[in-house]
Design a protein around this ligand. Structure first.
Ligand code: MOS
Length: 733
């Protein structure tokens, strides 16, 4: 039955991507297409006193300069789309809305011209005078003004008291800087004007229906007036979860000029779209001398903007992971003059678990315990925060398999004790955890009499492999070769799907496909059984399967009718089924994915240069739908973790409230030379409870735990504990 599910099936869209036939938002074109270029504010807070566009307008080829005083009307109805990904409190940023400046880099005008170069040049001729306001952009300077937004969630016992009285205690602040997503593809929107006031919007987004709803609200349009497509996305990592301002600007341009308009942001402008907020993670751990935990206290203090309160679960993970009679966690925000943070790969967990797992390592040192031994001593088979069993949890097996593959037992616990010629060698480990979420997703499958099936769904494929897994699941469920399946995604007119994020799309879309395929199977079974002299006569419809292009008795391929014959008999050109997935409501179990990460670093003792020479990531995430794309997901997460540990930091000059390294020359991310051996182990994890296929999702678990494993390895190599990320060589010298 499973010819494709669980196998290393190559990406069905791989050829389109590497040959350039896959088109991205900024590559669509139209007759008479014109180009918008964004003018950005150069102060972090205040108002626009004067905006002079006359010189820009005099440039040949410039068609218009849109500003807050000169633009088509904008409604305030842009909150309806604030589903699961937007901040709980505040009002979203509205480009060209009024004269208020809320962050440095905020768009304040859109120059529209016949070509991009002209628009870009004319943008330099837009003259702005500001009334500057007092501002703050520094988390650490604003820490004392933090407000608590997530109270201690069911604190257990008396964490403060137990911590104070613990035999062995570790308490420290860990600083995670602001980080930016930096997807390869620039944010872009091409709005195609069809002449009747209707528009087709090609947008870089993780959710076309979300953008559709948003644009209808913002521009007071009817659903049929706007269609949003995003067939391919060149990475987004959370920055495309919310509709971003370029889609509004391109639409404003199209409405103002009644022409097709494309807006592509520059790399620098993308630093105004949201970010992983800087956080100060304060972790306190108290233990008995034997290493059993007495207290866990985790308080995160994070940046948010002045206009929205964005917060994620940074500090609740210890509660779930580790057995401790006393625990408390809280989340505080400091409102600063920056754009609102947004989700970035494993939001909350990437930062919070990094701090927690560094703290666990420090506690292990204080206890003179092996760090892996400490994790096992505190292991919890239940989610303690809710006191629930898990649908499945093979973390223990992750530790065992990861440690074995890495050779952890050969570790000399003494810092600076391991060497490779001139380099210090360090081995560190950490735990990873993420949620296994599922969302409502619908698909439509059209099976045609020639044995071809098309699967339609509004879901995006943000590079994670949605096209491929949808094709795999459909091929298996319909008993067809994968070449006979076409998948159409990311069009707002297709069956419903939420934004693609949170690692929920694989399980969610797969089960929608299963549901629709099951309806097709039933219809074909009914048809086949009624054919004259049917070999399936007398066979229970429930025992009829679709396999090798036939409708057959399960376990007896001899009793079969070809799908084509059955459809011809039924005079059916096509069978079309639309299905919303269904997951049984089950609040009796916790659902999480887990990992154990082991890292080796080699550090040049004189220069402090750090190389991550080996990473082993052992992951338990239920059934792996595609072991090839799945492995790529985890490898990508590990690379992100290396970046978070050693490279990534958005640097702001707080005197100007301006990001100083808004480019990928100075915002460092790992390059090929930084990446060495990465081994991914999928630990078998059967989960019959979570959903029919036992799928948990993989997008985010890959990064969680990696930065801490590396930081812990750096400590082991050097004896230096760096609690301020990223760990750059200057901090080691
Ligand atoms: Mo991801 S941060 O859920 O796009």
């Amino acid at each position: 039955m499973n010819a494709y599910v669980g196998t290393p099936t190559s990406r069905v869209d791989g050829r389109a991507k590497v040959t350039g036939t896959a088109k991205y938002a900024g590559e669509f074109t139209a007759n008479g297409l014109v180009h918008g270029f964004v003018v950005a504010a150069t102060i972090p807070r205040g108002r626009i006193a004067r905006l002079d566009t006359s010189e820009a307008l005099r440039v040949t080829g410039v068609l218009d300069v849109l500003t807050h005083t000169h633009r088509p009307p904008l409604a305030d109805k842009d909150e309806a789309w604030m589903d699961e990904v937007a901040p709980d409190e505040g009002s979203p940023f509205r480009p060209l809305y009024d004269d208020n400046i809320k962050f440095n880099g905020q768009p304040i005008a859109l120059v529209v011209a016949e070509d991009w170069e002209t628009a870009k040049f004319a943008a330099t001729l837009v003259h702005v005078e500001y009334q500057e306001g007092a501002f703050g952009t520094d988390l650490e300077a604003g820490r004392d003004k933090a407000i608590e937004v997530q109270g201690p969630h069911k604190p257990r016992g008396d964490a403060a008291g137990a911590l104070a009285g613990a035999a062995v205690r570790h308490e420290a602040d860990y600083f995670i800087p602001t980080e930016h997503h930096n997807p390869m593809e620039l944010f872009a929107t091409t709005v195609v004007w069809d002449g009747n006031g209707r528009i087709t919007v090609y947008d870089k987004t993780q959710g076309v229906q979300n953008v559709h709803k948003y644009l209808c609200g913002v521009f007071g349009k009817k659903p049929d007036d706007i269609r949003v497509l995003s067939p391919y996305v060149g990475g987004a990592f959370g920055s495309g979860l919310r509709p971003q301002y370029q889609v509004v600007l391109a639409t404003l341009g199209a409405l103002a000029l009644k022409r097709s308009v494309r807006v592509v942001l520059t790399r620098q402008q993308m630093y105004g779209l949201g970010h992983r907020p800087a956080t100060i993670e304060r972790v306190g751990l108290g233990a008995k001398p034997d290493g059993t935990l007495e207290a866990v206290a985790h308080e995160a203090t994070a940046v948010t903007s002045r206009y929205e309160d964005f917060s994620r679960n940074d500090s609740g993970w210890a509660e779930q992971l580790y057995r401790s009679p006393n625990s408390r966690y809280s989340h505080k925000l400091v409102r600063l003059d920056v754009s609102t943070p947004c989700d970035m790969r494993a939001p909350g967990a990437a930062s919070g678990v990094c701090a927690l797992e560094c703290a666990m390592d420090e506690l292990a040192v204080a206890l003179k315990l092996d760090p892996l031994e400490l994790r096992l001593k505190c292991y919890s088979d239940r989610d303690q925060s809710e006191d629930l069993p898990y649908t499945s949890k093979q973390l223990r097996e992750c530790y065992a398999r990861g440690a074995e593959a890495f050779g952890w037992s050969k570790r000399n616990p003494t810092p600076r004790s391991m060497r490779d010629d001139k380099e210090l060698v360090g081995w560190g480990m950490a735990t990873g955890v993420w949620e296994a979420l599922q969302m409502p997703v619908a698909v439509r499958i059209v099976l045609t009499a020639n044995g071809h099936a098309e699967v339609y769904c509004a879901a995006s494929d943000i590079g994670t492999g949605t096209y491929t897994i949808v094709a795999q699941v459909a091929a298996d469920a319909l008993g067809l070769p994968i070449e006979s399946i076409s998948v159409k995604l990311a069009d707002s007119t297709l069956p419903q799907a939420p934004v693609e994020g949170g690692s929920w799309m694989a399980a969610s879309s797969a089960h929608a496909v299963l549901g629709a395929a099951e309806d097709i199977r039933r219809e074909l079974a009914r048809l086949a059984k009624t054919m004259p002299a049917s070999p399936l006569g007398g066979v229970d419809a429930a025992d009829v399967i679709l396999v090798d292009g036939t409708i057959a008795k399960a376990g007896d391929k001899g009793r079969a009718v070809s799908i084509a014959d059955a459809m011809r008999y039924g005079k059916l050109e096509r069978i079309e089924k639309h299905k919303l997935n269904h997951f049984a409501e089950d609040k009796s179990h916790a659902r999480n994915t887990h990992s154990a990460v082991f890292a080796e670093v080699k550090i040049d003792e004189q220069l402090g240069v750090i190389r991550v020479t080996r990473v082993v990531s052992a992951v338990a995430a239920g059934r792996i739908l595609n072991t090839k794309t799945g492995r790529s997901q985890i490898m990508g997460g590990v690379v992100w973790g290396i970046g978070m540990a050693l490279h990534e930091e958005t640097v702001t000059d707080h005197r100007f409230g301006r990001i100083m390294n808004a480019n990928i020359a100075e915002y460092h991310i790992p390059v090929n030379a930084d990446i060495h051996d990465i081994e991914v182990i999928f630990v078998e994890e059967r989960d019959d409870r979570i959903n029919a296929l036992g799928v948990k999702g993989l997008g985010e678990i890959g990064i969680v735990g990696v930065p801490a494993a590396i930081a812990n390895a750096v400590y082991h190599a050097t004896g230096k504990r760096i609690r301020r990320f990223p760990i750059t060589l200057d901090k080691l010298l």
